[in-house]
Ligand binder design. Structure first.
Ligand code: CO
Length: 213
C-alpha cells in the first residue's frame, strides 16, 4: 500500500479496458477537448461527477470544492468558469450540490474544523439570510438538506452574476446555468428549477426557485 500499487494496477486495467472498447480512445482524446458541460460540485468522494451522469473523459469539465461554493473573488473557480465559457465554449454549467453535505452540516451546526470554517462562512451567510426557511424544514437532517438546496440556488445565482457569464450573454452566446442536487441515498439528481439562460428575469427565477422548495 505504501507505493499505491493497487491504484496503479487499477489504472492499467482501466486503460486497457478503454482501449478494448475503442482502440483509438486515448489517441482521440489527446487531440481534442470539447466538453459541452461544466460541472461545479462538492469535493465529497461520494459524488463522482463523470460517473453520476455517465460521461466519458473529455465530455465534462469539472471544478469541485468543499460544499460547491462559488465566491465572487475566488480566482480558481472564476478561472475555471472563464476558460470553460470563453475557450471551451461549453453550453451548460451545472452547480451540483448534494443532500447530507458535510460542509453544509458543519456550517449549520457551527462545528469547528479549522481553516475550512472560514470557507464555510459563506454558507453560514446563506443560513442567516434564510433562517426561517431552514428552521421550518424539521429536524437537523432536514435542515441540513434544505440548506444544501438553498446553497445550490445561491451559488447558481453567483455563477450567473460573474462578469464572465454576463459578458457571454451580452454577446449572445448560448449558455444555460443550472442548479442540481444529488441524493446520496438514491443516486438521483433533482433539478432545482433555477435554470438561467440570459441576464433577464434572474431575480424572478431565483425568487421562484426559493418559493417552490
Ligand atoms: Co458536500
Amino acid at each position: 500500500m505504501t507505493t499505491l500499487s493497487n491504484l496503479l494496477d487499477n489504472n492499467r486495467r482501466w486503460a486497457s479496458d478503454k482501449i478494448a472498447g475503442q482502440h483509438d480512445f486515448f489517441k482521440r482524446l489527446e487531440k481534442i477537448q470539447s466538453p459541452q458541460y461544466l460541472w461545479i460540485g462538492c469535493s465529497d468522494s461520494r459524488v463522482p461527477a463523470n460517473e453520476i451522469v455517465a460521461l466519458d473523459p473529455g465530455e465534462l469539465f469539472v471544478h469541485r470544492n468543499v460544499a460547491n461554493v462559488v465566491v465572487h473573488s475566488d480566482l480558481n473557480c472564476l478561472s475555471v468558469i472563464q476558460y470553460a465559457v470563453d475557450v471551451l465554449n461549453v453550453k451548460h454549467i451545472m452547480v451540483v450540490g448534494h443532500y447530507g453535505c458535510g460542509g453544509v452540516r458543519a456550517a449549520l451546526t457551527n462545528k469547528r474544523y479549522g481553516l475550512i470554517d472560514n470557507w464555510l462562512r459563506h454558507i453560514q451567510d446563506i443560513h442567516q439570510k434564510y433562517r426561517t426557511i431552514v428552521d421550518a424544514a424539521g429536524d437537523e437532517n432536514k435542515q441540513v438538506d434544505r440548506l444544501c438546496e438553498l446553497n445550490v440556488i445561491e451559488q447558481t445565482l453567483n455563477v450567473c452574476e460573474t462578469t464572465v457569464i454576463q459578458d457571454a450573454w451580452a454577446r449572445g452566446q448560448s449558455l444555460k446555468v443550472h442548479g442540481w442536487i444529488y441524493g446520496l441515498n438514491d443516486g438521483l439528481i433533482r433539478d432545482l428549477k433555477i435554470t438561467m439562460d440570459s441576464a433577464d428575469d434572474m431575480a424572478a427565477i431565483y425568487q421562484h426557485a426559493i418559493t417552490i422548495l
